[in-house]
Design a binder for this molecule. Structure first.
Ligand code: FES
Length: 106
C-alpha cells in the first residue's frame, strides 16, 4: 500500500488558518487539528488529566492550555510543563493533495 497506509484525510489544509484549531471526528476519535507558527499538529482532543476537551482551551505560542484546570502542554513534545512524563496524545500526520491526513494508531 505504501507510505499513506492507514492515513485518513480529515481536513483541507486551507481550512486551517494559522493560530487556529479545528475539531474533527476520525472514526469516533475526537482529533484536534492546530496550526501555529506555520506548523500543523494533530492531537487527541481529550486532556490526559481528566478528559476535558482541548478545543475549548487556548493557544499560547506552541503550548495548548486546557480549559478545565489550565494545564499547559507543549505541542511539539506533547509534555505537560509541570510533569513531562504526562503527555497528551499526538497523532502522526501528512499533507497530501491539499489535505491533512491523520493516522490514529501510534
Ligand atoms: S482536564 Fe485538562 S487540566 Fe484538568
Amino acid at each position: 500500500m505504501g507510505e499513506m497506509e492507514d492515513f485518513i484525510p480529515v481536513l483541507e489544509v486551507k481550512e486551517l488558518k494559522d493560530g487556529s484549531m479545528k475539531l474533527v471526528s476520525v472514526e469516533g476519535t475526537p482529533v484536534l487539528l492546530i496550526k501555529q507558527a506555520g506548523k500543523i499538529f494533530a492531537i487527541d482532543n481529550r486532556c490526559p488529566h481528566q478528559g476535558c476537551g482541548f478545543s475549548g482551551g487556548t493557544l499560547d505560542g506552541l503550548v495548548i492550555v486546557c480549559p478545565c484546570h489550565e494545564w499547559r502542554f507543549n505541542l511539539v513534545t506533547g509534555e505537560y510543563e509541570e510533569e513531562p512524563a504526562m503527555k497528551l496524545t499526538k497523532f502522526e500526520l501528512k499533507i497530501k493533495a491539499g489535505k491533512i491526513w491523520v493516522r490514529l494508531e501510534e
